[in-house]
Design a protein around this ligand. Structure first.
Ligand SMILES: [Zn+2]
Ligand SMILES: [Zn+2]
Length: 142
C-alpha cells in the first residue's frame, strides 16, 4: 500500500525512507492540510521514538523537491498539502480544516498575456465548512 509513495519518491530521485512514506501516506489520507505538529502527533502513535525534528526535516525536504506544497493561509503556521498542482483552498473558521477547491482562476490568461509567467496561484476562501454548518443547524434546531 506504500507503492504509490515509493514511486512518487523515486520519480523525484529521492531516497525512500519509512518516515517519508509515513508522511506522504498521512497527507494523502488526511486532506485537511495538517501542520507539522499535527502530522507528528499522529505518526508518533505508531512510532513512539519518532522525533519532531525528523518529521519537520522530512516535510521540508519533500516540499523542496516539489512533491508536496505548503500553505500560509492561516496566518503564522504552515499547512501541508499532498497535492502540488494549482488549486484553491477554503479554510473553515470554526474547525480550522482546509479543503481543496477545484476551480481555475479565470484571469490567468489575462495576466500571462501581459508578459508575466505565472508559477503559483493562491486562491483562499474563508468561511464555515459543511460539517460545522450542519452542527450549527442541529444545535439551533434543538
Ligand atoms: Zn469546519
Ligand atoms: Zn490543497
Amino acid at each position: 500500500m506504500f507503492e504509490k509513495y515509493v514511486k512518487l519518491l523515486r520519480e523525484h530521485s529521492m531516497k525512500v525512507t519509512p518516515q517519508r512514506l509515513d508522511i506522504l501516506k498521512y497527507l494523502d489520507e488526511h486532506r485537511v492540510h495538517p501542520t507539522v505538529e499535527m502530522i507528528y502527533m499522529e505518526l508518533k502513535k505508531n512510532n513512539p521514538s519518532l522525533s519532531k525534528t525528523t518529521v519537520y526535516n522530512n516535510v521540508e525536504t519533500l516540499e523542496k523537491h516539489g512533491i508536496i506544497q505548503s500553505l500560509t493561509i492561516s496566518g503564522n503556521e504552515l499547512r501541508y498539502d499532498f497535492r502540488n498542482d494549482m488549486h484553491c483552498h477554503f479554510i473553515c473558521k470554526r474547525c480550522g480544516r482546509i479543503f481543496d477547491i477545484d476551480i481555475v482562476c479565470p484571469n490567468i490568461g489575462k495576466v500571462e498575456q501581459s508578459g508575466f509567467k505565472i508559477e503559483e496561484v493562491h486562491g483562499y476562501f474563508k468561511g464555515i465548512c459543511r460539517d460545522c454548518l450542519k452542527k450549527e443547524e442541529m444545535e439551533n434546531g434543538s
